[in-house]
Design a protein around this ligand. Structure first.
Ligand SMILES: Nc1ncnc2c1ncn2[C@@H]1O[C@H](COP(=O)(O)OP(=O)(O)OP(=O)(O)O)[C@@H](O)[C@H]1O
Length: 235
């Protein structure tokens, strides 16, 4: 069976409020699936539900046929990792220490090394001895993405990784996604930047009010870029 992360009719709740209403989609290994949509539509909740960080879910999420369930650490052990929007680094550790503690070698021969992470994010190489908490927001974002890659997950979820980043950093994020793909990692990208999404995405789902209302394969999205942009603009 080919590796796949599959969402089947996923609903999610915070207390009594139902946020997701039956999402179904899948993320094959080595593919990049983009969740697009206006603010508050349920994209972040989809990622949080994957990690077991919502109050309650219905439906199923499976990883290679095995149900993804239980507490967050167990899901991480099964191979999914989330880079949330809030850019948490260990502020009092240096960049190098942050990278070192994130390493989870799998011995598969495809593991990311710190040297490779630094090749993608040269800025981190220049700052190895600096306390991570003293770096700029953009630099901290590079660090959290590098840390996620060093954990060698099967699936990596990135929640608006380019928000507030300068264009040079956006390029580094795109490169890190490509590197992840080369190693067979599947990526879910929540992104407001259509150019970035179109540059890396294989499939695109528009999330509206907790449901997937439109889906596009890569060539459809490229052919109707303006339609996609219109759909994601507040009137
Ligand atoms: N902890 C929570 N408790 C209750 N409601 C929540 C909680 N977190 C999010 N929500 C609600 O869930 C809905 C979906 O939010 P979500 O963060 O998933 O949207 P999003 O599409 O990721 O948008 P954004 O880009 O703003 O993060 C919103 O109406 C939000 O108010």
């Amino acid at each position: 069976m080919n590796a796949v992360l599959r969402y089947e009719n996923l609903s999610a709740f915070y207390g009594a409020s139902q946020i997701l209403h039956g999402l179904s989609f899948e993320v094959p290994a080595a593919s990049v699936v983009c969740l697009l949509g206006l603010n508050g539509m349920g994209k972040t909740t989809t990622l949080r539900a994957t990690m077991g960080l919502v109050d309650r879910t219905e439906g199923r999420i499976t990883l290679n046929g095995r149900e993804l369930a239980g507490p967050t650490f167990r899901r991480a052990q099964m191979g999914v990792t989330l880079v949330p929007e809030d850019r948490k680094v260990f502020a009092n550790l240096t960049v190098e220490e942050n990278l070192e503690v994130a390493r989870r070698p799998t011995g598969s021969g495809r593991d990311f090394s710190i040297a490779e992470a630094v090749e993608i994010f040269p800025r981190l190489g220049e700052r190895m001895g600096q306390k991570a908490g003293t770096m700029s927001g953009g630099e901290q974002q590079m660090l959290v993405v590098a840390r996620a890659m060093l954990a060698n997950p099967a699936y990596m979820m990135l929640d608006e990784p380019t928000e507030g980043l300068s264009p040079s950093y956006v390029g580094a994020i795109a490169q890190s996604i490509e590197e992840a793909r080369k190693r067979g990692i599947g990526v879910i990208l929540v992104e407001q930047s259509i150019p970035l999404a179109l540059s890396v995405g294989d499939a695109f789902h528009v999330v509206e009010n907790g449901q997937i209302t439109r889906s596009f394969a890569r060539d459809e999205a490229l052919a109707d870029r303006e339609g996609l942009e219109r759909m994601l603009t507040v009137e």
